[in-house]
Design a protein around this ligand. Structure first.
Ligand code: NAP
Length: 233
């Protein structure tokens, strides 16, 4: 039985990834910051879904969550760092360091906190896997390619947070060769994150997440992919 933790699993891509991984036989711990909404999600997902209170922007919350999970399981096979916020949509000239800090607390430092706190449980797995949910908006190649829609957006906080998460993925993959650690771009998907303007369904948006969550121990590490294949850095 594969034991999986997904941060930000109450809705959107995290919830859909939980639904699909449960269908594939995983036990899924839903990382949620609101207990009532977490219980609702777990009840809707059914057998095998468990709630784990976890606010990735709060060091103490992440540490407590790791301690609580360690009381329930002796290892963690898959960690999906999915929780993220968009933050400010203000013009570049009006964006402040505090605006970036707010987004980085969740999108960048949240992933670092979570990896750090859950690493002992991951290392106890026979085939540990981390999937970081990045974005094409964090790809330098895409954001500088006038043919790509990612180049049309002018934004400091979210885009740079996802670029940082990409580099974290590469560094973690180099540091922990015994783990499979990859970053994926879900693609532009209709969720609350973009006011449901995304053009993909959540099922399409979770294809790359699910594929990398199910990667075999001899699979790649330190890669950046979307549902169609490799993403240029
Ligand atoms: P979403 O519907 O807004 O869901 C975001 C999830 O993250 C929610 O469950 C939210 O919890 C959770 N979250 C936010 N801050 C958190 C915190 N501090 N601690 C714990 N959980 C937190 O967004 P989504 O579209 O599913 O996004 C999922 C991932 O895909 C993100 O990493 C996003 O950057 C990435 N992505 C999305 C798209 C897209 O087009 N949708 C494209 C590329 C990448 P609450 O329910 O409590 O708010």
């Amino acid at each position: 039985m594969t034991t999986t933790l997904i941060t930000g699993a109450t809705k959107g891509l995290g919830y859909e990834a939980a639904r699909r991984l449960l269908a594939l036989g995983h036990t899924v711990h839903l990382g949620v910051r609101d207990a009532a909404r977490g219980e609702q999600a777990a009840a809707a997902l059914g057998v095998g879904a468990h709630v784990l209170l976890l606010d990735v922007s709060d060091e103490e919350s992440v540490r407590a969550a790791a301690a609580r999970l360690a009381e329930q399981v002796d290892h963690l096979d898959v960690l999906v760092n999915n929780a993220a916020i968009v933050g400010t949509r203000s013009a570049v000239a009006d964006t402040t360091a505090d605006d970036l800090l707010e987004v980085y607390e969740t999108n960048v430092l949240g992933a670092v906190r979570t990896v750090h706190a859950f690493l002992p449980l991951l290392r106890a797995s026979e085939a540990p896997v981390i999937v970081n949910v990045g974005s094409g908006l964090g790809s330098l190649a895409r954001t500088t390619d006038p043919e790509r829609m990612e180049s049309q957006l002018h934004n400091l906080a979210y885009t740079s947070s996802k670029a940082a998460l990409t580099m974290l993925t590469v560094q973690y993959a180099k540091a922990f060769p015994e783990l499979r650690i990859n970053i994926v771009d879900p693609g532009y998907t209709a969720t609350d994150l973009n006011g449901h303007q995304g053009t993909q369904t959540v099922e399409e948006g979770t294809d790359a997440i699910v594929a990398m969550a199910c990667i075999s121990p001899d699979g790649p590490s330190g890669t950046f992919t979307d549902r169609s294949g490799p993403v240029a850095w």
